[in-house]
Design a protein around this ligand. Structure first.
Ligand SMILES: Nc1ncnc2c1ncn2[C@@H]1O[C@H](COP(=O)(O)OP(=O)(O)O)[C@@H](O)[C@H]1O
Ligand SMILES: O=C(O)C1=C[C@@H](OP(=O)(O)O)[C@@H](O)[C@H](O)C1
Ligand SMILES: [Mg+2]
Length: 163
């Protein structure tokens, strides 16, 4: 079994997966290593549709092989992935208020996120609400990370799966 973390950009999926288990895989990191370029570079060079296809293939091939998988926020843009995730039993939605996510994303100088950088606030907010409904539907567990420290979120996840 694999725990699969879903949620909007900035929810803390990559951070939490890494801390939860040595046997983690981050889909963006996996894709970046495979194609020897940052995900942002891949999206800018090859386009978002190509990236979504790679995400589909990667998700399918990695589930079951790692204790925890952090996905990219757009994983649920693919209908195929939605169906796949609906059939999985350990999908955890890391959620947060829009303003909280925005603050985290603005502070994060390490990861480049074309979807975040190329949208104006209103467009990003619309995307957030559109995606939030889908994350909720697909989730087996939901952790609200708003105003929670990384350590607190990690402790809740451990309570679910390691207690
Ligand atoms: N619970 C949290 N509280 C405050 N900052 C956080 C929290 N979780 C993650 N962050 C920060 O937000 C940014 C995005 O985290 P990241 O793990 O890359 O999110 P995601 O993979 O969901 O996009 C990073 O700078 C990270 O340190
Ligand atoms: O929401 C999205 O469409 C994306 C989210 C990013 O991952 P994080 O959610 O880990 O930031 C990354 O996969 C890519 O930039 C596209
Ligand atoms: Mg991430």
């Amino acid at each position: 079994m694999s725990i699969i973390l879903i949620g909007f950009m900035g929810a803390g999926k990559s951070t939490i997966a890494k801390l939860f288990s040595k046997n983690y895989i981050d889909l963006d990191e996996y894709i970046s290593k495979k194609f020897e370029m940052e995900v942002s570079e891949y999206i800018n060079k090859k386009g978002i549709s190509s990236f979504r296809k790679i995400e589909e293939e990667s998700l399918k091939s990695l589930v079951g092989k790692h204790e925890i998988i952090s996905t990219g926020g757009g994983i649920i843009e693919s209908l195929q992935n939605q169906k796949f995730l609906l059939n999985e039993n350990n999908v955890v939605y890391l959620k947060a208020d829009f303003n909280c996510l925005l603050q985290r994303l603005e502070k994060d100088k390490i990861n480049r996120r074309p979807i975040f950088e190329n949208l104006v606030r209103k467009e990003l907010e619309e995307l957030y609400y559109k995606r939030s409904i889908i994350y909720e539907i697909l989730a087996d567990e939901i952790i609200d990370t708003t105003d929670k420290k990384v350590e607190e979120v990690l402790a809740i996840l451990k309570e679910f799966y390691l207690a």
